[in-house]
Write a protein of this length. Structure first.
Length: 735
């Protein structure tokens, strides 16, 4: 397990003084005793739960100063989530309770139990098995926001870890997917047809699981896990125990998983719930010498205030490793972008939380997400962390869907806001749920998302979600929804997305972007970010994607470079601007293998108008400068002072005239400039911008312009790329 240098915040004065005595508690899993008082290293308690009780008693006695809990090295195994509420934090303004790793040591809070060597017996062909008696496996998440996801007595696990690495459910195929052959005969939501020879005949006729991308064979937006009710080997048809939300047709990608017959390779496991037996093919032998962790919880740390009026507050976690949680037997995709309650789990989960800080921690190997801020969450900070190997999202921030919650007004429902997610390295997400992202905001506003590095995600790097006007109900909270007031219900607004470094995402999905928005509120800013070295591997996708009902965004001073298409995939546009009033200004696009630099489209009954493209540079980034899917005279408010260069080829513009069946005939550059009486791109140039390309000390490319670049005559503002990505203070190794 990688160890970071001692972060600066662990070098502060240890403890706080009360009457000349430092107020602090000590925990040691290796030498502590919960019968001790914990007031010194010599009388450390053994569990963090006991230290929490001591802190709670101190606070209940009226103590109103900071408290530090020093956690010694070792693995702290949990059978149930470590839960904090309003009694456990600094209730007075500015007071905090901090749980810190002892400098020079490594403390891991583990949501699981090590299954020791004595538990295993050889089964066959490199496979071992162990009974799960005495190992509590995780329960389904709470059905309501007020209930905790606690351990369950049933012996079943849905992910497994060997030596800090995830094991996977036994599956077919071993890598990638199979494509469905067509619709099911009776109900295309309850199953699909497969082709002769696609499946090995060892798969049982019922009980295994399908991991599938539903969506008529075309949409690859969300995955689901469906239990197989029946396989008809004559009709070549798989039927589900319950329907998928969308139909399944030819081309829908899937795999079969979770059956003993498919357990054939190292790193695969199968859990037989009926017999309480775990089967595993270890990566290394002898198995007795490997650290194999069976997850016991779906949340490791819960910060759970009783209500918005009595939140948990003033608790900090610093320098800890928080790892190993479970997933679920079935995952159902969000409804109208609103995540279902059973899927809102994270290694760290917050609800009714204010002023919580998670800093300098390693957050890794989750069944669901890394850090979740759900419901009422304000002024919380997630900073300087390494967040990696995630079943779902890295950081997931979720307010209330329109109409949800017991609120008297729409203003009262805007309760998830003013959080800071900064200087985190977030990587390797969506390992269990195929549409995982680095950071996702849903119905959450006025947040700062800055200086994060995000890579290796199957879908978005960063996503902002809400509910578009056309999908809203007639009224919420007793207020009728109208066009004039509908933004009041869209709480994903006024977010600042800045100075992030995003690469190698959109690896396993379609119709998405490296940063994406759908149905969000107004006033969001995407500025000074770097997007690079990422591809579209099948179907189509984008870089900066302002999807339906993404209105009044500022997209400026971003650098986008070296994006590509692979296989059957197409990087369609570098920047795709649907919505209303979006301003695309002073962005640098370099060497992107896209069809067009910029695109627009109106669809789903949501307006696309008054878009501005001003002072952008598109260098070898598409044969077309613009691609308008369905242009009309309201689409562009302003387009000018841009610079385009693609060798000797003059740019073209597509979508102005409907001369073919799809209205996509490209027109020459000068014809575009004459369109609508010369309204657009009068001052735009086709000239070499005179790029300067250098490498920084860490090997990252830095782009600038020669002083005599023609872009400066167009009003171009230089972009300081040194601001982008992780700060120099980030202490975790990046390799």
């Amino acid at each position: 397990m990688a160890r970071a240098p001692v972060p600066p915040f662990l070098l502060r004065t240890r403890g706080n003084v009360e009457g000349g005595v430092r107020v602090e508690f000590y925990v040691s899993v290796e030498s502590g005793d919960d019968r001790g008082g914990g007031a010194s290293a010599g009388e450390a308690v053994r569990t963090i739960g006991r230290a929490k009780e001591l802190v709670r008693a101190k606070l209940a006695g009226g103590y109103a100063e900071n408290i530090t809990v020093w956690i010694g090295g070792g693995v702290y195994e949990l059978a149930a989530p470590l839960r904090f509420d309003s009694r456990d934090g600094g209730r007075a303004a500015g007071i905090s309770v901090t749980y810190r790793t002892v400098p020079g040591e490594e403390a891991c809070i583990a949501g699981g139990k090590v299954l020791g060597g004595a538990c295993w017996e050889c089964y066959r062909d490199g496979i071992y098995r162990a009974r799960l008696d005495g190992v509590s496996a995780s329960a389904s998440a709470s059905a309501s926001a007020s209930a905790s996801a606690s351990a369950s007595a049933s012996a079943v696990v849905h992910t497994l870890y060997e030596n800090g690495m995830r094991a996977v459910k036994a599956r077919w195929p071993k890598a990638g997917y199979i494509a469905a052959a067509g619709k099911a005969g009776r109900d295309d939501r309850r199953g699909f047809r497969f082709a002769e020879g696609d499946l090995p005949d060892v798969i049982p006729d019922a009980g295994a699981q399908v991991h599938i991308w539903p969506g008529e064979g075309e949409w690859n937006w969300f995955t689901e896990m469906k239990t197989i009710a029946e396989i008809d080997w004559i009709a070549l048809e798989i039927s589900f125990a319950e329907p998928a939300p969308w139909g399944i047709d030819r081309g829908s990608r899937y795999r079969i998983q979770g059956t003993l017959q498919l357990l054939t390779e190292p790193g695969e496991f199968y859990c037989d719930e009926a017999e309480g037996m775990l089967y595993y093919y270890p990566r290394q032998l002898p198995i007795a010498e490997q650290s194999i962790i069976v997850p016991t919880v779906r949340r490791v740390i819960e910060l759970y205030g009783e209500s918005a009026d009595n939140p948990v507050t003033g608790i900090c976690f610093e320098g800890l490793t928080i790892a190993y949680s479970d997933c679920a037997q079935q995952y159902r995709m969000p409804s109208s972008n609103c995540e279902r309650m059973e899927s809102r789990d994270g290694l760290i989960y917050m609800e009714n939380a204010v002023g919580i800080s998670v800093r300098g921690c390693r957050i890794m190997q989750s069944g669901f997400s890394g850090v979740v801020l759900n419901g009422y969450c304000q002024r919380n900070t997630v900073a300087d962390n390494l967040i990696e190997h995630l079943g779902y999202n890295g950081v997931y921030v979720m307010g209330f869907a329109p109409g949800d919650g017991d609120f008297a007004s729409v203003v009262g429902s805007d309760v998830n806001k003013n959080n800071v997610i900064t200087n985190n390295l977030i990587r390797c997400g969506g390992e269990l749920i195929g549409h995982g992202s680095g950071i996702q905001l849903y119905q959450s506003g006025s947040n700062e998302v800055s200086h994060n590095e995000i890579h290796e995600m199957p879908r978005y790097g960063i996503s902002l979600k809400g509910l578009r006007y056309g999908a809203m109900e007639e009224s919420y909270y007793g207020t009728k929804v109208t066009w004039e007031n509908h933004y009041d219900f869209a709480h994903t607004r006024n977010n600042v997305i800045t100075c992030n470094n995003v690469w190698d995402v959109m690896k396993d999905s379609q119709d998405g972007g490296m940063i994406e928005s759908w149905g969000a509120g107004i006033g969001n800013q995407i500025t000074y970010n770097r997007f690079h070295h990422s591809g579209i591997y099948f179907s189509y996708g984008f870089c900066i994607y302002l999807d339906d009902a993404s209105d009044y965004y500022l997209v400026s001073h971003n650098v986008v470079h070296d994006l590509f298409s692979r296989g059957s995939g197409t990087l369609w546009f570098v920047i795709f601007a649907k919505g209303i009033g979006n301003r695309i200004e002073n962005n640098l696009l370099i060497r992107n293998g896209a069809r067009a630099a910029f695109g627009t489209q109106e669809m789903a009954g949501e307006a696309n108008r008054d878009i501005s493209f001003v002072r952008n540079i598109a260098y070898e980034s598409g044969e077309e400068l613009y691609h308008f899917v369905n242009f009309d005279d309201r689409r562009i408010q302003e387009a000018d002072y841009n610079l385009y260069f693609n060798g000797e080829s003059l740019p073209t513009v597509t979508g102005i005239y409907g001369d073919d069946k799809r209205g996509h005939r490209p027109i020459a550059w000068e014809e575009w400039r004459k369109h609508l009486d010369g309204r657009y791109d009068v001052h735009t140039l086709h000239e070499d911008p005179l790029l300067v390309i250098e490498s920084s000390s860490d090997g990252a490319l830095q782009f600038g312009l020669e002083p005599e670049s023609p872009a400066f005559g167009l009003g171009w503002e230089s972009i300081d790329m040194s601001r982008m990505g992780l700060k120099a203070s980030f202490s975790w190794p990046r390799g």
